[in-house]
Design a protein around this ligand. Structure first.
Ligand SMILES: [Zn+2]
Length: 342
């Protein structure tokens, strides 16, 4: 008699949110209380921390006074006290591979990562050198599901990347993908190496990418090429940030790609959303959206009556993205609204 042992795939949840922008927000403000029922209950919750939490004074020399004056570049920082709120909200890992992590040089980054460490929040995407910036961080869900995260700034041009202080083997900065908008064989090899390294320590690989055009609700071709490239290289999930508005999401070869998660919170009011992804092992079984409202430097769940409309608007963005970038393996992500969830 032959016995076959079928192990039930483990069910676990990943809650994802976009850019955390806290410039000008006072540290006592309850920034995340309105969504913490989701972030705390998740096996893993993650977002992009787009601003150094520091009181360092010397700003980056790579963004000139003229550029800042012309508002073509921004130099940002926020009160270090916000680290506690991020920890209290139950965020497990933040991506730092973005265009602001080095706004107050290594002193600002180092103060922030120390604060994150103190709160038990993992981070990746920036560091004291390239090895630290590009490292894999592993978060465990349900005691045994090991989920690896990497985070990269993926602006299209090397000039754009240079403004944000790329890390080198001997100097601090952010982890970058300096591909100039191309994905040639050598660059695909690098994606494979990144994913293989992450996979060597984990069951599931999440890639945070900072890319795209601000305020644009449909992804740029470069985002699609690179996002799908990471899935082809073996990643399980791609999370995008930087445009500060939501862009559509898709399932590519069965794996979710969120091209832009918009803002998670910002000093400027707007509507946004956070997403709860339920996986059985490596397979996505459900994607839910909690529509949210950003106001006064806080984020909270949107009014029940308005949520169905917000979910439908996001689904329309998903269809727009997949219609524009048709591919046999891509389909709009099927998003549901959790009934009555706060
Ligand atoms: Zn950004």
């Amino acid at each position: 008699m032959i016995f076959s042992l079928v192990l039930a795939a483990q069910s676990w949840t990943l809650v994802v949110g976009g850019d955390i922008m806290l410039n000008g927000v006072k540290p006592g403000v309850k920034v995340f209380t309105g969504i913490s029922s989701w972030t705390k209950a998740a096996d893993i919750a993650t977002a992009n921390l787009e601003i150094p939490l520091t009181n360092a004074r010397a700003s980056t020399p790579n963004k000139s006074a003229a550029e800042v004056k012309a508002k073509s570049q921004f130099i940002l920082k926020a009160d270090p006290g916000h680290a506690r709120a991020i920890g209290a909200a139950g965020l497990d890992l933040v991506g730092l591979g973005n265009n602001h992590a080095m706004d107050y040089r290594f002193a600002g980054l180092n103060q922030m990562t120390g604060l994150l460490d103190g709160q038990g929040i993992q981070w990746c995407g920036a560091g004291k050198d390239l090895a630290e910036a590009a490292r894999t961080q592993v978060v465990t869900a349900q005691k045994s599901m090991k989920v690896a995260f990497v985070s990269f700034l993926a602006f299209k041009t090397s000039g754009g990347l240079g403004k944000c202080t790329p890390a080198t083997e001997v100097s601090p900065g952010v982890a970058t993908l300096p591909f100039n908008g191309k994905l040639l064989a050598s660059q695909r090899k690098r994606l494979k190496a990144i994913v293989a390294q992450a996979r060597s320590t984990a069951d599931f690989v999440v890639v945070w990418l900072h890319w795209g055009t601000e305020r644009k609700t449909v992804p740029d071709p470069w985002q699609v090429t690179l996002g799908r490239g990471f899935i082809e290289a073996g990643a399980d999930c791609v999370l995008g940030a930087h445009p500060h508005v939501l862009q559509g999401a898709e399932l590519y070869a069965g794996k979710p790609i969120f091209y832009s998660l918009g803002n998670l919170v910002s000093p400027i009011g707007s509507s946004t959303g956070i997403f709860r992804l339920t996986f059985n092992g490596r397979k996505l079984s459900k994607a839910e959206m909690l529509p949210c409202v950003i106001s006064g430097g806080t984020v909270k769940a949107g009014a029940l009556a308005a949520r169905a409309k917000s979910v439908a608007a996001f689904e329309s963005l998903c269809r727009k993205a997949t219609t524009k970038y048709r591919h046999p393996k891509s389909i709009p992500l099927d998003i549901s609204e959790p009934n009555g969830a706060r």
